[in-house]
Ligand binder design. Structure first.
Ligand SMILES: CC(C)(COP(=O)(O)OP(=O)(O)OC[C@H]1O[C@@H](n2cnc3c(N)ncnc32)[C@H](O)[C@@H]1OP(=O)(O)O)[C@@H](O)C(=O)NCCC(=O)NCCS
Length: 175
């Protein structure tokens, strides 16, 4: 049974996003990319124009179905494997608030995001990379139907040093 759905971010969510952005516990150690920008007006300006998604990147909130509460967010950005649009893929990310972890929401949200990106774009590939030590996200991606591909050495600069990542993918033709 589904416990979460995805929805667009609205201007009314801006304060919540600020709280999440300022909280190390909500980011978790594997999303520790340093303090957020001090000037928070750009996100409000963008939200005043419409949802946080365009042809290059996007973000959706993860909503718990039982009470309608936002419990995290998923995001994506374009990565290119060749000079033409046909080689463009999506790289996705996720963060759940601590009390919403360990309940199976992460696999559901990432499966729904991949489905959404295949439905709304021409991309053939949705990928995700996570730290070699982030076992929970590796399991979550496997449960979301992603295939493990291999290690990207020293790919991510985070918390003061370079980290190896494990890459996963779902292709449009995957079951
Ligand atoms: C990673 C994350 C998205 C996973 O989503 P989730 O809803 O918590 O995932 P699940 O509840 O399905 O649990 C995933 C699996 O990891 C296991 N797990 C959870 N925490 C674990 C830990 N610290 N070490 C090892 N395994 C762990 C669970 O037992 C489960 O495996 P199982 O189904 O075989 O029992 C979520 O925990 C989260 O947002 N974490 C913080 C942010 C983060 O790390 N984002 C990803 C950055 S790339």
């Amino acid at each position: 049974m589904t416990g979460v759905r995805l929805r667009d971010v609205t201007l009314a969510d801006a304060d919540l996003l600020d709280v999440w952005a300022a909280s190390p516990e909500i980011h978790g150690e594997f999303n520790d990319f340093g303090p957020p920008p001090q000037d928070r007006s750009p996100i409000r300006e963008a939200l005043a124009e419409g949802p946080l998604r365009n042809e290059y990147n996007g973000q959706l909130l993860i909503i718990r179905l039982s009470d309608g509460t936002p419990v995290g967010s998923v995001s994506w950005h374009a990565v290119s494997y060749g000079p033409r649009p046909g080689s463009r893929a999506w790289n996705i990310g996720i963060s759940l608030i601590p009390e919403a972890r360990g309940l199976g929401y992460g696999p559901e949200a990432q499966r729904q995001l991949a489905d959404y990106l295949f439905e709304t774009t021409d991309a053939n590939r949705v990928e995700a990379s996570t730290d070699v030590d982030n076992v929970a996200e590796q399991r979550a991606l496997e449960k979301a139907g992603f295939a493990r591909e291999g290690t990207q050495r020293g790919a991510q600069f985070r918390a003061g040093s370079y980290h190896d990542l494990i890459t996963y993918s779902r292709l449009r033709s995957d079951p």
